[in-house]
Design a binder for this molecule. Structure first.
Ligand SMILES: *Cc1c(COP(=O)(O)O)cnc(C)c1O
Length: 452
């Protein structure tokens, strides 16, 4: 088998040939070497989806050390919306590197952080006065959103939902619903976290949004009490939990109840934010205005950055020094975020997310018509998933899901799975992927389903 050596001309983001190219089996020899070293050097709890050694990525492909070019339908979990090594991001980060790398914003402030806060205040839903604070990871931002909500309301309880995913730190593990692998053996978890039932149209017997919201609110009132409740936190479309789009009206009813009861409504848009769903933020699809919105993943083209943006009176509650972090809002990540936001705007990526969505939904629905193992096709924009089931009983089919994903990975297509029951294949391509590559990737997944 020929091994193609990646060269300088094949590195550098969008300049990479946009093709699926397998020159070895996956993993090839160089990737195998890295995976063996990983097993010896890296803690086992840090897993991987596809056993490759990445050397370059851009547009819609990831290139490994053996010269295989893999179609990327995962974007590093919805992070590289603007593509890997997006040229605007690369240039901005290089210029920032040459200027300075760190001062700690809470020691000596700089323009980039403030400019990102201004952008977030402008782009997030609602015309009210806002403030933002920047952090490093999604989980850290969720923790800070809860800190702020508690400080502002002087209440302690927090409600999260079934199938929720909010991160891997202690508080966010407690907010996360799924035990294995996220929580098992990692307790005890933070107190005053309560769980409410979601709207899950495929699995809740057709409850309307209003009915599902009434069910959740009744449970919250009976089991927690608004007078104890600081915040409700919810993903407008659940990510890890299975790309669950709640029935229309569910989110607006929760917001209305929160507003009427001095409860801070927090939208965790870490996965759904930044053009992913065909809007800046998924909250817009239901015209909701969250009190606080948490963002990360797609915000900075792959550099670590997260944010909490909310009503000024809530966000300003904490005293100076109460929020922050050594690296929070690093100048490099802020430069990347400003460039990524420019790319979403100038390169028409919100429109592109919608187009990708219609290609995905159209083709997956066609597959579903012919294959009853596809129980549901759902999502918005470039955040789409299929839920695989036993056609006779509707029971989740995690084994089939794993087989389809394995087929895709072996054939040079990176797809991610998710869902409480492990039976959801999710599509989160970079918004810079071309239609041809996207369709080819889908074909490989369809082939996996036919073969399974
Ligand atoms: C990924 C994710 C998080 C956690 O973000 P990290 O950067 O991994 O800490 C939180 N909420 C949602 C909805 C996510 O998808």
């Amino acid at each position: 088998m020929t091994i193609v050596e990646p060269t300088a001309t094949t590195v550098g983001g969008p300049a990479l040939p946009q093709e699926r190219r397998l020159v070895t089996s996956i993993p090839g020899p160089r990737s195998q070497e890295l995976i063996a070293r990983k097993a010896q050097a890296v803690a086992k709890g840090v897993g991987h989806t596809i056993p490759v050694s990445v050397v370059a990525a851009g547009g819609g492909v990831i290139v490994d050390a053996d010269g295989n070019s893999i179609i990327d339908l995962g974007s590093g979990i919805a992070v590289t919306g603007v593509g890997n090594s997006n040229p605007r991001v690369v240039d901005a980060v290089k210029a920032q590197l040459d200027a300075f790398t760190h001062t700690c914003f809470t020691v000596a402030p700089y323009d980039g952080y403030v400019a990102v806060a201004e952008k977030l205040n402008e782009l997030t839903p609602g015309g009210h006065e806002k403030r933002s604070a920047l952090f490093n990871s999604g989980a850290e931002a969720v923790e800070n959103a809860i800190k702020v909500a508690r400080h502002h309301t002087k209440k302690m309880a927090v409600v999260a939902f079934d199938h929720a995913y909010h991160g891997r730190t202690n508080l966010t593990m407690g907010l996360t619903a799924k035990n294995i692998p996220y929580k098992n053996g990692f307790g005890p978890f933070a107190p005053e976290v309560y769980r409410a039932p979601l709207s899950y149209p495929f699995r809740d017997g057709g409850l309307s949004g209003a009915e599902a919201a009434a069910r959740a609110i009744t449970q919250i009132e009976k089991q927690v009490g608004a007078e104890n409740l600081a915040a409700i936190i919810i993903e407008p479309i659940q990510g890890e939990g299975g790309f669950i789009v709640p029935a229309p009206g569910f989110l607006p009813a929760l917001v209305a109840w929160a507003n009427a009861n001095d409860v801070v409504f927090i939208a965790d848009e870490v996965q759904t934010g930044f053009a992913r769903t065909g809007a800046w933020f998924a909250s817009e699809h239901e015209d909701i205005v969250p009190d606080i919105i948490v963002t990360a993943k797609g915000i900075a083209g792959g550099l670590p950055l997260s944010a909490v943006t909310g009503r000024a009176e809530i966000m300003d509650s904490a005293m100076a020094g109460g929020l922050g972090g050594t690296y929070a809002g690093s100048p490099l990540a802020c430069a990347a975020a400003l460039a990524a936001i420019e790319s979403y705007e100038e390169d028409g990526l919100i429109e592109r997310a919608k187009e990708i969505g219609s290609v995905l939904i159209g083709r997956l629905n066609a597959l579903r018509t012919a294959d009853p193992r596809i129980g549901d096709v759902r999502g918005r924009g470039a955040m789409v998933a299929v839920e695989l089931v036993d056609p006779a009983t509707g029971a989740p089919d995690a084994a089939l899901t794993a087989k389809v994903a394995a087929h895709a990975h072996a054939n040079g297509v990176l797809v991610l799975t998710c869902g409480t029951y492990g039976n959801v294949i999710r599509f989160l391509p970079p918004l810079t992927i071309g239609d041809e590559l996207l369709i080819e990737g889908l074909e490989v997944v369809a082939e996996g389903l036919r073969n399974a």
